[in-house]
Design a protein around this ligand. Sequence first.
Ligand code: HEC
Length: 180
Amino acid sequence: MDNLNFNKIAAGVICGGLLLMAGIKAGELLLPHQELEENAYPFEVAEAGDGQSAPAVVEDTGPEPIFAMLASADIDAGQSLSKKCTACHSFDAGGSNKVGPNLYNIVNRSVAGVDGFKYSSALTDFGGEWDYEQLNGFLYKPKTWVSGTKMNYAGLKKPQDRANIIAWLRTLADDPAPLP
Ligand code: HEC
């Protein structure tokens, strides 16, 4: 009898645990974790000065150049970082366009260069090529670098992260672009 009661209690505890886990999982599915597109709290606010001193503006320091970091960048770390992009981009040769265009062979490719992808006019008007400098700037803060782009991504603030992912992107080509 005691044994049976113990089993009932144990079953209750286990069921409770499972329900809790299912609840957490369901919560994640219903409310997926999302990156904020912008700071929830803009910090580039100028203080009303006394008319004498310059307003206190927090300078945006980026995008820091990454050329010198590319040769020694961590390509595996770059590949891991690309998980932040795969919701919207495929990276394999001939991969399909998703929310964003396929990114195989992106280094030195024409901006807005994938046939059949519907780019924003902001990006088609931007022109030029995705050389290392342009990629660095765009990945730092897409919406600042190409004002009006429809890439809804906050950006990679750490120079090392940008160097790593750009070094990895470079390898996705039949004939990788030379390093700077
Ligand atoms: C929420 C979806 C989304 C995410 C996440 C995202 N992108 Fe994009 N990306 C887009 C869209 C949409 C465009 C097309 C932008 C336009 O037309 O203005 C784009 C365009 C680009 C382009 C220009 C492509 C071209 O053909 O000119 C590059 C480069 C790029 N993304 C890189 C990245 C990288 C690297 C990441 C991850 C660090 C990333 N994106 C994350 C949606 C996304």
